[in-house]
Design a protein around this ligand. Sequence first.
Ligand SMILES: [Mg+2]
Length: 218
Amino acid sequence: MKWNSIETFFLDLDGTLLDLAFDNFFWHEHLPYVYANSKDIEFKKAKEDFEKMYKNKENSIQWYSLSYWSKVLEIDLCSELLKVKKKIRTLNNSEKFLQILKEHKVSIYLLTNCPRYMLHVKLNQVKFWKFFDEIISSEDFGYPKETDEFWNLLQKKFKYKKTSTVFIDDSKSVLDFSIKSGLNNVFLVSNPDSNKEKQKTDGYKSIDSLVDFSKLII
Ligand SMILES: [Mg+2]
């Protein structure tokens, strides 16, 4: 790949630029803990209940929604998020990578399923606002990235050139939908959560280090 053949980078947030360890902690540890306290039940039982409810909404826009889960759990998720925001961390030298992209004057679009409020808190925490030409939360479209609707709406709104766009994400399902929409240069992040083993990359072109990846572009 050559820099002069790339116009746009589409980048995912959680598990690509930021450590997915935070989201796994927030959704699978912190919230069940708060839920257990609020309902006066054991943590184990709260976690089981929560995981079941959560699983039922997988791949839907509600799965990512703070307002949806605030209502269902009767917990103010926005205030819970602020209590633990210090745990939000960058991943894979992502700041350096974003600087390299900026130096090469490619457009950087953040494409995330993270809802706007949470996105705001995260970008404030890591101070990444300055890097993006566009910030797209799937909450704005009403469809998550793992749907055809998301990619159709994105293409309609931004009219990007598919052949000169690179997309990096840690979700195979999201990459599948992007490929279906016509993108070719798509890459899977192999190590989205610093607390976990690498994920299986199957047949996907994969990335261990964003900075090393940028060195492969000439
Ligand atoms: Mg992700």
